[in-house]
Ligand binder design. Structure first.
Ligand SMILES: Cc1ncc(COP(=O)(O)O)c(C=O)c1O
Length: 445
């Protein structure tokens, strides 16, 4: 063994011991808080991170390439690109649709994108930031997903795309949405940030969400299905879209050489681009007005270790959700309980509860009760995004958005809905505690 290998082995052994001493999960004890989500990891992630530290490559490199390859293969898509967050992934997926390389298919300012207001803001933000028009349709309960019956009404001559998230891991009716997009030649972007591992039962087998859209996005922020701290991915099986996202992610450049690699095409100094002088260095030729949204190898190394655990994480999320669903059946008079979208097997992000009108408590009372008992709760993100202060600025500027119908269910979610965790860090002791807290709220204990 070389000196280098010997040192590395000693360091990694120490990291393993440190994990055991400091981070190994402990059984639940009275008084411990029960979070809605969080990173679930073992010594493997810490060792992978340490290896990447020892490489000291720092930017994207061998770990990033390995992650991109394995993540695409896990999903069953042609390509994945690692980025620094799910929000960056959404920004890139949207901006890719505005690329001049798409010709007449490109989205332009003033074009419309159908989406929902009951969700996470950065599914919608890129649409507004670019100067396109979000068109909000209502959602349905108990799935929490887009009302596909409203899509036809939302359509206009300017509609160019549909951009939707699978709410809390529960797939939207992706077959109906895909068919709608195909019928009207619209782009489909799936925000898969909360739904890694969710499956749609199709003829001939199951298919993961994130494989139906022209583009799909993932987030690796700690509460998500897998984590690398901050991180995200844009996936596509369309080579042209992949190339556009790559360019936008990496400063807008035309060249596809990874960081630290030069002239992989062999014509770095022999191309004609725009009105530049012939042979201008391809590394510095820009085909887009881009960003730098790359992640680092430190993040990717954690991701490589986490990805191996995703099947077990998905199973645990399903098991925990089923435990809560069974145990809370008796509280159906008080809560509208969640249901999987027909024909799907979700990889749940959370357990959605909507307080019924006849319950003797409201949503805020329920949340206060649970939080006081140490059980962390979350809103369904924005509730109704159009009611947030960021929309005031649009009213002032006169920039448009459209609402189809009344968004009644969206408003109900804003008023009556919250969610609790199902993440793999919850064991039976913690889940039982959560159930007991809800039972005591309903006077059943
Ligand atoms: C549906 C959805 N999309 C996008 C994001 C943004 O991901 P990130 O926090 O990695 O930016 C989130 C965040 O949790 C989300 O829930």
């Amino acid at each position: 063994m070389s000196r280098r290998e010997e040192l590395k082995t000693r360091i990694l052994d120490l990291v393993g011991a440190y994990y055991d001493e400091v981070h190994r999960p402990k059984p639940w004890r009275e008084g411990d808080r029960i979070p809605y989500g969080g990173r679930v990891f073992d010594a493997e992630e810490m060792k992978a991170l340490t290896e990447a530290c020892l490489d000291f490559w720092l930017t994207s490199g061998r770990w990033s390439s390995a992650f991109e390859e394995r993540f695409a293969s896990y999903l069953g898509v042609g390509r994945s690109l690692l980025v620094n967050s799910g929000s960056s992934a959404n920004l890139l997926a949207f901006m890719a649709l505005t690329s001049p390389l798409l010709g007449d298919q490109a989205l332009r300012r003033g074009d419309e994108v159908i989406t929902v207001a009951a969700g996470f803001p950065t599914t919608v933000a890129p649409i507004v930031q670019y100067g396109a028009v979000p068109v909000f349709v209502d959602v349905t309960l108990p799935t929490g997903n887009v009302d596909v019956g409203a899509l036809d009404e939302a359509l206009s001559e300017r509609t160019k795309a549909v951009f939707l998230a699978h709410t809390l891991g529960n797939p939207f009716d992706v077959k109906a949405v895909r068919a709608f997009c195909d019928r009207h030649s619209l782009w489909l972007v799936e925000d898969n940030c909360d739904a890694l591992g969710s499956e749609v039962l199709a003829e001939g087998g199951r298919r993961l969400t994130g494989t139906f859209g022209d583009l799909a996005t993932s987030s690796f922020y700690p509460p998500h299905h897998m984590t690398m701290g901050e991180g995200g991915a844009v996936c596509t099986s369309d080579e042209r879209l992949h190339r556009i996202v790559l360019s936008l992610r990496d400063w807008g450049r035309d060249c596809v050489c990874p960081s630290g690699v030069d002239d992989s095409c062999g014509c770095r100094f022999s191309g004609q681009f725009g009105t530049l002088p012939f042979g201008y260095d391809h590394k510095y030729v820009y085909s887009h007005f881009g960003y730098n949204l790359k992640a680092t190898d430190l993040q990717a190394a954690i991701g490589v270790a986490q990805l191996r655990k995703v099947p077990a994480f998905v199973e645990a999320r399903r098991r925990n959700w089923a435990f809560l669903r069974r145990a809370l059946e008796s509280l159906e008079d008080f809560f509208l309980l969640p249901e999987a979208t027909e024909g799907t097997e979700p990889s749940w992000f959370g357990f959605l509860l909507t307080v019924r009108p006849q319950a003797p408590f409201g949503r805020d009372g329920a949340v206060a009760h649970l939080e006081a008992k140490g059980i962390q709760t979350r809103m369904l993100f924005a509730g109704n995004l159009t009611r947030h202060p960021c929309f005031d600025a649009l009213r002032v500027s006169g920039q448009g958005w459209r609402v189809v119908g009344e968004l009644d269910v969206t408003d109900r979610i804003m008023r009556d809905t919250f969610w609790i965790g199902v993440y793999p860090g919850l064991d039976e002791a913690r889940l039982t505690r959560m159930v007991e807290a809800l039972e005591s709220l309903c006077g059943r204990l």
